[in-house]
Unconditional design. Structure first.
Length: 109
C-alpha cells in the first residue's frame, strides 16, 4: 500500500513557496537584497560553527565532517526541477558558510 500525503491547504501552499519567491524576487533590487541576506546568513552560520566547535574542543573532526557533508549535500541537491533562484540561493549560502570558515581559520594564523 503506497503512502500518499493528503492534499491540504498547507501542503499546497508549501509547494508554491518557490514560485511565490521567484515572483517576489523579479525586481532586481529585491533579488540582490535576497542574495546578500543569504550570503551573510551563511557567513554567520560558518562563524557560529567554528565558535561552537572551538569552545567544545573535542568535536573539531566531527564539526569538520558535518560541514563537508552539508557542503556536498547542497551540491548534490541542486536539480533541474528547482528554479534558478533557489539554486543560486543554495550556492550563495554554501559560499557564505565556506567564507566564514576560511575567515575564522585565518584568524588562527
Amino acid at each position: 500500500m503506497a503512502n500518499r500525503s493528503q492534499s491540504t491547504r498547507f501542503h499546497q501552499r508549501f509547494g508554491q513557496v518557490p514560485a511565490d519567491l521567484e515572483i517576489w524576487a523579479s525586481n532586481p533590487w529585491r533579488r540582490l537584497s535576497l542574495y546578500i541576506i543569504v550570503l551573510l546568513s551563511g557567513f554567520l552560520l560558518g562563524s557560529a560553527i567554528t565558535a561552537v566547535a572551538g569552545v567544545l574542543g573535542q568535536l573539531d573532526p566531527v564539526a569538520a565532517l558535518l560541514v563537508v557533508i552539508g557542503t556536498e549535500l547542497t551540491i548534490r541537491v541542486r536539480s533541474d526541477r528547482w528554479s534558478s533562484l533557489i539554486r543560486q540561493l543554495l550556492s550563495l549560502g554554501r559560499i557564505g558558510v565556506l567564507y566564514g570558515l576560511f575567515v575564522e581559520g585565518f584568524k588562527l594564523l
